[in-house]
Design a protein around this ligand. Structure first.
Ligand SMILES: *Cc1c(COP(=O)(O)O)cnc(C)c1O
Length: 373
């Protein structure tokens, strides 16, 4: 079965092997050396002033960011399931909440954020997804962050990059907290979250808030290449292997470039056979198609073509399907996916099969590369 869901993503064989060793104790020089190396790569990936690894799923890092960086009112961008989550976290911690809510295909407008910030001087943090996975949407986070900082540089920008870190280069100039999760673009099993922090964020954190999710205690320990509580040793060993593999394959730039090519080629292939891309601003992390037959296409893909893609949640259940683009994916796997979708549409009587999807995929994916050479 080809796992093409936008999280969890497939774990490469060499990474699974690296994690298959005997359990090592986390308070040893042996593990500290692994931690130090991993941290070094993470600084390169995040390009932030500090990085913190945390044994939790991505949501734990979201909660940690909110409680440590928002002390008054959170302005939350909600265009989907994960945007909604930041709001729920704020409410659970009795923080005041202002929300900009949009349909799941619609990116937030920078003007709306500016207006909201100007209208409420209690807002001390803004939370937003870079890639909102519910609808495969890309929010204009960098522009939004810049505009907010121009109004008040003390407002913290919390960017959920769980389906963006490892997908594309993110300009963190105006971002105070950038969050990643292991099971998405980092090609690991679930259970590890990472936060990249700005110096301004570290200053605001001070002594920190919360207990397990207190970022001050983690920062202090992780600067000494250890963790406040038991580290997710196996996942960190896996993460080091992932980061070394990306390096071996040409580095982060090559990874971003190939991800962009796959996303572009997949979308072009599916549009060529009459399908419609759902988000008004598509993220590169996934290709999201809205279609009346979404459920049927998805189940035939799984049952007969060995491809597992994701469906939609809540009101988009049965209305969309999402194809992952994150991680190291061989183009021939993606070509199989778009070809299988064309075959399914033929069988449904919606078109006459012509091998068009794979042709367009190949042309789009390889053309730019050939032109460059
Ligand atoms: C998956 C995901 C999350 C939640 O992460 P968990 O690991 O499930 O807690 C948050 N934000 C985005 C954008 C995601 O895709």
């Amino acid at each position: 079965m080809l796992l093409f869901t936008p999280g969890p993503t497939p774990v490469p064989q060499n990474v699974r092997n690296a994690m298959a060793g005997e359990t090592i104790h986390h308070r040893t020089s042996e593990f500290e050396a692994i931690f130090e190396k991993t941290r070094k790569y993470l600084f390169e990936l995040f390009t932030t002033d500090e990085v913190v690894m945390m044994a939790s799923s991505g949501t734990g890092a979201m909660e940690s960011a909110v409680i440590n960086l928002c002390h008054n009112t959170l302005l939350n961008v909600n265009s989907g399931k994960f945007g909604e989550r930041f709001g729920k976290i704020a409410k659970a911690h009795r923080l005041d909440l202002v929300e900009i809510k949009n349909e799941w295909d619609t990116p937030v407008s920078v003007e709306a954020v500016v207006e909201a910030v100007k209208a409420n001087s209690d807002i001390d943090a803004v939370a937003v997804q870079i890639s909102e996975s519910a609808g495969g949407l890309r929010h204009p986070v960098e522009e939004l962050a810049k505009a907010v900082k121009e109004i008040n540089p003390e407002i913290m920008i919390i960017a959920d990059g769980i389906t963006a870190v490892g997908v594309e280069r993110i300009d963190v100039t105006n971002i105070d907290c950038l969050i990643a999760g292991s099971q998405k673009a980092l090609m690991l099993p679930p259970g590890l979250a990472i936060l990249g922090l700005s110096s301004a964020a570290i200053a605001k954190i001070g002594k920190g808030h919360g207990y397990y999710f207190n970022l001050a205690s983690e920062i202090k320990k992780q600067r000494q290449n250890t963790t406040a509580y038991t580290a997710a040793t196996t996942l960190i060993i896996g993460l080091l292997e992932v980061l070394e593999t990306i390096k071996k394959e040409g580095g982060f730039g090559v990874l971003y470039c190939n991800t962009a090519r796959r996303a572009k080629a997949t979308r072009a292939a599916l549009e060529a056979i009459g399908l419609h891309s759902y988000p008004k601003a598509p993220a590169r992390s996934m290709t999201t198609i809205d279609d009346k037959d979404a459920s049927k296409i998805r189940s035939i893909l799984k049952e007969e073509y060995g491809v597992n893609v994701a469906g939609g949640q809540d009101h988009l259940k049965g209305k969309i399907f999402r194809i992952n683009q994150m991680g190291l994916i061989a183009p021939y796997e993606s070509i199989w996916v778009v070809n299988a979708i064309e075959l399914i549409l033929h069988r449904m009587g919606r078109l006459k099969y012509a091998g068009l999807a794979s042709k367009v995929y190949n042309e789009t994916y390889f053309k730019t590369a050939l032109e460059k050479k």
